[in-house]
Design a binder for this molecule. Structure first.
Ligand SMILES: Nc1ncnc2c1ncn2[C@@H]1O[C@H](COP(=O)(O)OP(=O)(O)OP(=O)(O)O)[C@@H](O)[C@H]1O
Ligand SMILES: [Mg+2]
Length: 251
């Protein structure tokens, strides 16, 4: 099963992704986490150090090619596949692949264009893949997430957050990308605004699969740079994301 977490910038994609991974890795399943955000911070949320990204691997190979260091008779793409496999970071709980971005001012689309093929190549090795996507809609327009089973769209209560969520639903339909499930998650919900938030979120036409409240503990972890996966199991946010996972896995 491939789960992607999407939405506008800063709405809580990485929070939701990291807590899904925390919960999933306790179920004994083989989990691969993919950070597809070029300005990546999933590794920090998961408490994992990263020394090499897919972007780095691609740069190395580009240099090797221009400097004639590819051994004769070897296919560049086979080397790339091999190097990507090598850059998967293994931890006792889950594996992690960070897409990263090319050096300097280069466009990161080249790296993200590789994502679909990487998912295809790696999906046989894992029970579940969780992708923390780049903010916005490009993962859809580039079709990097077209083979995803469950698309989770996160929004906060901002008009732009809800609008992006609405557009993700619309664009997927326009491009005829049919996820098995497409759900909306409401994040940073404040009790006094909950009713109005739900009403506006319902106007997107997306099914709401869960609600995560504004949580001072999350803000504190963030302030101290503490991995979010270390949030205690009795944290309301951890419990809310666990509930969302249960709903996703139910059908
Ligand atoms: N429920 C919450 N309660 C308190 N703070 C939250 C909550 N959800 C997210 N935040 C805070 O909001 C900020 C953005 O969250 P996060 O990094 O998960 O969003 P994102 O969608 O991954 O952002 P980006 O698009 O930059 O990758 C973080 O500082 C995070 O700690
Ligand atoms: Mg993020």
């Amino acid at each position: 099963m491939i789960i992607a977490v999407s939405g506008k910038g800063g709405v809580g994609k990485t929070l939701v992704s990291s807590l899904l991974i925390k919960k999933l890795s306790k179920t004994g399943k083989d989990v691969l986490a993919i950070d597809a955000d070029p300005d990546s911070n999933l590794p920090e949320a998961l408490g994992v150090d990263v020394d090499r990204t897919v972007g780095d691997v691609r740069e190395e190979l580009k240099k090797d090619t221009t400097q004639g260091r590819i051994p004769p008779g070897m296919n560049k793409w086979d080397i790339l596949d091999y190097k990507i496999m090598e850059s998967v970071i293994e931890t006792p709980q889950f594996d992690l692949l960070v897409m990263g971005r090319p050096e300097g001012s280069g466009c990161y689309c080249a790296v993200n264009n590789m994502l679909r093929k990487i998912i295809e190549n790696l999906s046989d090795n894992y029970d579940i893949i969780v992708i923390d996507t780049e903010a916005g809609l490009e993962h859809l327009s580039r079709r990097t997430t077209q083979n995803v089973d469950v698309m989770l769209v996160v929004t906060d209560n901002s008009k732009r957050g809800i609008l992006t969520a609405h557009r993700i639903g619309e664009l997927a339909a326009e491009l005829d990308i049919r996820f098995k499930d497409l759900y909306l998650i409401l994040n940073r919900v404040q009790p006094e605004m909950e009713k109005e938030f739900i009403k506006r979120a319902e106007e997107t036409g997306l099914e709401i699969v869960g609600i995560v409240h504004e949580d001072d503990e999350v803000a504190l972890y963030d302030m101290d740079g503490k991995p979010l996966v270390e949030l205690p199991n009795d944290s309301n946010t951890v419990k809310a994301v666990s509930g969302i996972l249960t709903s996703i896995l139910k059908d």
